[in-house]
Design a protein around this ligand. Structure first.
Ligand SMILES: Nc1ncnc2c1ncn2[C@@H]1O[C@H](COP(=O)(O)OS(=O)(=O)O)[C@@H](OP(=O)(O)O)[C@H]1O
Length: 313
């Protein structure tokens, strides 16, 4: 649909993006984790001719988050090799929330690339996000992070147990969360896949310390219910030709197995909401100011407030 990828706004020439090893991805889908990022990745790949890592269509390289967490050695050529062409799309959904990733990336890029890459993040109501995570790990039968001390979703009897463990960890660590820049591995990991990921404004603040807000396009998860409009806005942000046909958004990663927990108790919903609400309020305020002051990308729609997650006892 988009034959002329060189139309990407701000891109001078392919040489700047590519070296002998390979190319920098031009578009980074940062996450969030369990926010519909797999569906979004498919839409970006098929509608906009962006290409995941080799062998395609690999969505997640986990290169930078694992490097930041010292789970792998850092080698830039190894990363660039994964993107042999200049229309790369990186889609590791943990990048949004992993401390140190924005700074590491910005330092690794030459200035012309650093100021031209396009970053996209989908944000979902954080309790729904956390429930989705719980269901995913239960469906897998194991937790993505097996460090001792990390709350186990797969080992919990119900979402309420997992969330209670997360709330307890949050209570212990809350005072340190403001020191985001210095977030230690332990602090991140203890809350990593649960509450931490839903503290969106903290993560966005971290990214905008290393990249311009104009490069970071935020999509509400709810906007995915109108895929053509959502995709049209994203295409404008990417500087690509306007869409000429309806866009279909596939459903991915829904984990619709019989064990999927769909309802949560009102007690746990309220406890989680009490944690997320101030962060959400800061998010809305920040995004409103960005729009008013012209700091947001030109085609980013006003961000709607999250609807309170339903509950039932
Ligand atoms: N098209 C579309 N529209 C709206 N929502 C969608 C869509 N496709 C997938 N999903 C839901 O997104 C959840 C999975 O998110 P991710 O793909 O980001 O998960 S992952 O982090 O990559 O594992 C997961 O949410 P839950 O069903 O609540 O678990 C998917 O159902």
């Amino acid at each position: 649909m988009y034959a002329n990828f060189a139309m990407l706004a701000g891109v001078a020439c392919a040489q700047e993006w590519c070296s002998e090893a390979g190319c920098w991805p031009r578009v980074w889908l940062l996450g969030g984790q369990k926010c519909g990022s797999t569906a979004m990745f498919s839409m970006l790949s098929y509608t906009m001719e962006l290409r995941g890592a080799e062998p395609p269509p690999t969505k997640e390289t986990h290169f930078w988050d694992w490097a930041a967490l010292q789970k792998r050695n850092y080698s830039l050529p190894d990363f660039l090799k994964l993107f042999p062409r200049a229309n790369g799309l990186e889609g590791t959904p943990n990048h949004l929330s992993t401390p140190l990733v924005p700074g590491m990336l910005a330092r690794a890029m030459i200035p012309s690339v650093r100021t031209a890459v396009k970053l996209i993040a989908v944000l979902r109501e954080p309790i729904a996000r956390e429930l989705s995570l719980y269901n995913h790990e239960r469906a897998l039968g194991f937790d993505w992070d097996t460090d001792p001390g990390v709350c186990s979703a797969s080992g919990s009897h119900a979402f309420e147990d997992f969330a209670a463990c997360q709330l307890e960890a949050y209570g212990r660590l809350e005072a340190n969360i403001s020191q985001y820049d210095d977030a230690q591995r332990k602090l991140y990991l203890e809350l990593s896949y649960g509450i931490w990921n839903g503290l969106y404004v903290a993560h966005i603040d971290a990214w905008r310390r290393s990249f311009s807000r104009r490069q970071l396009y935020l999509v509400s998860y709810d906007a995915m219910s109108e895929p053509t409009k959502m995709a049209t806005d994203v295409a404008k942000f990417l500087g690509l030709f306007p869409l000429k046909r309806q866009v279909w958004l596939p459903v991915r990663n829904a984990n619709n197995n019989t064990k999927k927990q769909r309802t949560i108790t009102c007690d746990i919903r309220d406890d989680l909401h009490a944690v997320f609400q101030p962060w959400n309020a800061r998010l809305y305020e920040t995004l409103r100011e960005d729009l008013e002051q012209g700091l947001a990308p030109e085609h980013e729609p006003a961000f709607p407030e999250f609807k309170l997650h339903p509950c039932g006892d």
